[in-house]
Design a protein around this ligand. Structure first.
Ligand SMILES: NC(=O)c1ccc[n+]([C@@H]2O[C@H](COP(=O)([O-])OP(=O)(O)OC[C@H]3O[C@@H](n4cnc5c(N)ncnc54)[C@H](O)[C@@H]3O)[C@@H](O)[C@H]2O)c1
Length: 384
């Protein structure tokens, strides 16, 4: 069986914690072919290269030139670089997968989309939460109608700042964690958002920083469902909770109460595991509704935990797209998550004005981000 040849860019936290161990296991078991690694920090690149026995580079262009038969590149660098590196990959006819958020603004997402289209390659966004077993089960339960029509989705999670606020690589929580939560709220609602109203605040000002430390949004979906989103990084450690309330039941985190035989009751959720190379691995999750709902781990022969199953799914999504010439699972959905976050920022900037989706013109918030980018790099992020 042909295996996709994969290179990785950016050997920081998420790569070392999540992507590399997963890619290593997929390669060991013959599902993938890890061929090269790159980081501008030579020590980091060297260390990863020796651990995974692949050549290393400190220049992305050089890696792509030397590995012309590379199918996929896994981009694990900071947010503001995603669209630039993905465009470079597309121009080398390599299919990119970028870590989330897809990019820092919608025009930057569009740079990536347009470059991939023009060069005949697919792209994927490494949104991992919905691919993890528990979330797959939740979405399956909702689709099977176990909780009836979804009315309200709450996701309250402990931040925010604008990308590039101190030339750091990442965004604040309303975009950083925000894209994850917007993705989940949207998938649980099973509908597209039509309007968002939101507010972000900086409760504890930090000199010279433009970021807010809290954000809240109300999302009105086409289906009639309402989403309630909150991200915070201020005050006491917040209670994080998610709750999906339907006409016939409720999912709270990973427990389920639903109407069975006319009565609201707790539904048992069973988790079966087995050992792979000494590691406890998920076999399946069974939800004891009538009929039963089962989730089978698609990577049960691999020594991967539940978090890594989400990472394996996103990487194999772009690997399969590249080899089998088919759309990856998420792709454009990653843009929708960014769009929901931009709507929140824009609403806040405009005094909690409701923002209609889709966004059709560059927002004031995005113009500010592009100006920040120009101040740091000397050019606008779309001038690439
Ligand atoms: N999916 C998740 O749950 C999750 C979790 C954490 C981070 N992330 C995302 O992953 C990305 C990386 O986050 P991180 O915390 O690992 O960052 P990090 O700062 O720890 O690592 C980034 C690495 O990229 C390298 N790099 C930067 N520009 C480069 C370039 N042009 N060429 C080669 N290497 C370059 C840096 O030297 C660094 O080693 C961010 O977009 C972040 O939002 C996702």
């Amino acid at each position: 069986m042909k295996r996709a040849k994969l290179g990785l860019i950016g050997c920081g936290g998420i790569a070392r914690h999540s992507h590399l161990p997963t890619i290593g296991e997929l390669t060991r078991k013959g599902a993938l072919d890890f061929v090269a690694v790159c980081d501008i920090d030579e020590n980091r690149a060297k260390e990863v290269a020796s651990q995974y026995d692949v050549p290393y580079y400190t220049d992305v262009e050089e890696m792509m030139e030397r590995h012309k038969n590379m199918d996929v590149v896994d981009i694990c660098t900071g947010d503001y670089t995603h669209h630039l590196l993905a465009k470079m990959a597309a121009e080398h006819k390599i299919h990119p997968i970028v870590e989330k958020p897809m990019s820092i603004t919608l025009p930057c997402c569009d740079v990536m989309i347009e470059a991939c289209k023009r060069n005949g390659v697919y792209f994927e966004v490494a949104e991992n939460y919905f691919r993890m077993p528990a979330d797959r089960v939740i979405v399956k339960l909702i689709k099977e109608g176990v909780i009836g029509e979804v009315m309200r989705v709450y996701y309250v999670d402990p931040i925010d700042r604008r990308p590039l606020w101190k030339m750091g690589s990442h965004s604040g929580v309303c975009l950083d964690m925000g894209v994850h939560r917007m993705s989940q709220i949207r998938l649980y609602a099973g509908s597209n958002p039509k309007r968002i109203v939101g507010v972000t605040k900086q409760f504890m000002p930090v000199e010279g920083k433009v970021f807010e430390d809290w954000g809240h949004a109300i999302i009105d979906f086409e289906s009639g469902a309402v989403g309630i989103f909150e991200c915070s990084a201020v005050g006491e450690k917040m209670v994080s909770y998610r709750q999906i309330i339907g006409t016939r039941g409720t999912i709270r985190d990973f427990s389920l109460r639903a109407v069975v035989k006319g009565k609201m009751q707790d539904i048992p959720i069973e988790r079966k595991t087995h050992k792979v190379d000494g590691k406890e691995v998920l076999t399946k999750i069974i939800v004891h509704t009538e009929p039963q709902i089962t989730y089978e781990n698609p990577f049960k022969e691999f020594a991967l935990d539940d978090w890594q199953i989400g990472i394996a799914e996103e990487i194999m999504s772009i690997a399969d797209a590249a080899l089998q010439d088919r759309e990856p699972e998420y792709g454009m959905e990653g843009r929708k998550d960014v769009e929901m976050c931009i709507a929140l920022y824009e609403s806040s900037l405009k005094g909690m004005k409701p923002i209609d989706l889709p966004i059709t013109e560059m927002t004031t918030y995005e113009k500010m981000v592009h100006e920040d980018f120009k101040e740091v790099f000397g050019y606008y992020p779309t001038e690439v």
